[in-house]
Design a binder for this molecule. Structure first.
Ligand SMILES: Cc1cc2nc3c(=O)[nH]c(=O)nc-3n(C[C@H](O)[C@H](O)[C@H](O)COP(=O)(O)OP(=O)(O)OC[C@H]3O[C@@H](n4cnc5c(N)ncnc54)[C@H](O)[C@@H]3O)c2cc1C
Ligand code: FES
Ligand code: FES
Length: 462
């Protein structure tokens, strides 16, 4: 017998009776809840028209499943109006700045702006840009929208939102067209995985949610991993960071910014704030896409995965994890528990470059990540990894061999660039041609060298 999903919606406790746990939050809001202020544009996390706040963070309601939302506080645009009907200051500012025309994107933009204003970040152009990067507007143009958000964020401190109400979040099973299990302990999770190896293992749902929202798939069974403490933890050690597989990008960002800055800069370009509030590194590895952004970085750093099943635990070097296109070394009953990410030493170079058609909210055509040690002008160790160059994220072993024990100079780099053709036979697709990808991968190596000699610093600034 299933249990009821309960949420706090705009400050009111709500019980979602008779609702399948795999219904998207957007479908529930616009359907049974009759809150049509939240819009559907793309149904795949790109446009931001469906942005709502979940525990005060912006989230794409089209990708979030109601079963994932149990116990969480959700704010929609309808909840912003004060009791006497006065619009929220962000709404007023958008209207006064001519920041809306057809209005379709506006509720999503309002919710992203409210999240930003309530988050207490300084209203710098970079941060406002980042806060709005997941919201597309096809008719107004962004200047008046940015002006409105700047004005509001400067004018006052955080605005009050409805207080949250605690809901018991013990282990649950929700029933409907889909059965969704929400375990709260690792042993329950492993038992469920062993019993249902074909169930969808759901972390943030920014990949799997697209299959439900956009492709309208109805899975029979889902196991949600996001409530298990071993998977949501993050621990910093002197030489490494341990990242729970279900820790969100947002959760990882501060540690990365302090300890592995180029990784943090890449994460700020992964999806949007909405995607980073929900998406996880375990999901990025588990989905095993050749163009996933964190796997090449973790490969360059030499990460290890800790995986578990009811049969026991084991460690797998990420080098040995990706077996082929979307194929991994994970057994059917295993899950990724955590990622052990070594940190570069002070005398090592660590860098990451993401090349995509758009700067923000875009999947990489090529992503290069590098960790190397140069002592007295000679390369002593090198790990180069790329995304977008093969059926899996992969190391460039021939290029690494061309670097190791060679002088760190332009001639060595050219030998490494030439070796890349032995490492990769990239695909042609609409994102980039094979020739372009190879050329970019080589140019990124040249840029790495130029940066280390100071030449590219000026070019990067242009
Ligand atoms: C609009 C948009 C923009 C995006 N931009 C980027 C981008 O710039 N770069 C990028 O790399 N990706 C991007 N993505 C893809 C996605 O956000 C990432 O892959 C994300 O890391 C997936 O994490 P998740 O927790 O949401 O995974 P989910 O969707 O929950 O799961 C993804 C896969 O991982 C498996 N999985 C999850 N947790 C585990 C676990 N603990 N053990 C084993 N398997 C597990 C699931 O079973 C599933 O197969 C984007 C997606 C969208 C919708
Ligand atoms: S409808 Fe476009 S992001 Fe959700
Ligand atoms: S106002 Fe029309 S899409 Fe933004």
């Amino acid at each position: 017998m299933g249990e009821p999903i309960e949420i706090v919606l705009n400050g009111q406790r709500r019980r979602l009776d008779g609702v399948s746990p795999a219904m998207t939050l957007l479908d529930w809001l616009r359907g049974p809840a009759r809150l049509t202020g939240t819009k559907e544009g793309c149904a795949e996390g790109d446009c931001g028209a469906c942005t709502v706040l979940v525990d005060r963070l912006p989230v794409n309601a089209c990708l979030a499943l109601v079963g994932q939302m149990h116990g969480r506080a959700i704010h929609t645009v309808e909840g912003l109006r004060s009791a006497d009907g006065t619009p929220h200051p962000v709404q007023r500012a958008l209207a006064e700045s001519d920041g809306t025309q057809c209005g379709y994107c506006t509720p999503g933009i309002v919710m992203s702006a409210v999240a930003f204003a309530c988050g207490g970040e300084p209203p710098t152009p970079e941060l406002i840009h980042d806060a709005l990067a997941g919201n597309l507007c096809r008719c107004t143009g962004y200047r008046p929208i940015v002006e409105a958000v700047t004005r509001c964020a400067q004018s006052s401190g955080p605005w009050p939102m409805a207080p949250t109400i605690a809901i018991d979040t013990g282990s649950r099973t929700f029933d409907g067209a889909t059965v969704l299990h929400a375990p709260r302990t690792l042993s329950e999770l492993l038992q469920l995985r062993a019993a249902y190896p074909d169930a969808w293992l759901l972390a943030g749902g920014t990949d799997l949610g697209v299959r439900i929202s956009h492709d309208r798939e109805v899975p029979r069974r889902i196991i949600h991993v996001g409530g298990v403490p071993e998977l949501t933890m993050l621990a910093e050690h002197p030489d490494r960071i341990e990242i729970g597989a279900a820790a969100t990008y947002r959760q990882c960002l501060p540690a990365m910014a302090n300890r592995a800055k180029p990784f943090a800069e890449m994460i700020r370009r992964l999806g949007s704030r909405q995607i980073r509030s929900m998406g996880t590194m375990g999901g990025n590895i588990g989905t095993a896409s050749p163009i996933g952004d964190s796997p090449p970085v973790l490969l360059a750093l030499g990460a290890t995965l800790h995986v578990a099943s009811i049969r026991g635990r084991r460690a797998i070097a990420l080098d040995d994890f990706f077996l082929g296109y979307r194929r991994t070394a994970l057994a059917a009953d295993e899950i990724i528990v955590s990622i052990d990410m070594p940190l570069p030493a002070a005398d090592e170079t660590f860098d990451v470059d993401k090349v995509s058609k758009r700067r923000d909210q875009d999947i990489s055509a090529v992503l290069g990540a590098y960790r190397l040690r140069v002592i007295d002008g000679v390369v002593r160790s090198a790990r180069l990894a790329y995304g977008g160059m093969a059926a899996t994220p992969a190391r460039a072993r021939h290029a690494e061999a061309a670097l190791i024990d060679a002088p760190w100079n332009a001639a060595t780099i050219e030998r490494a660039v030439a070796a890349l053709v032995n490492d990769f036979k990239p695909l042609d697709d609409w994102r980039a041609s094979a020739d372009y990808r190879l050329m970019v991968a080589g140019n990124l190596l040249r840029r790495l060298h130029m940066r280390s000699t100071g030449v590219a610093v000026e070019l990067d600034a242009l």
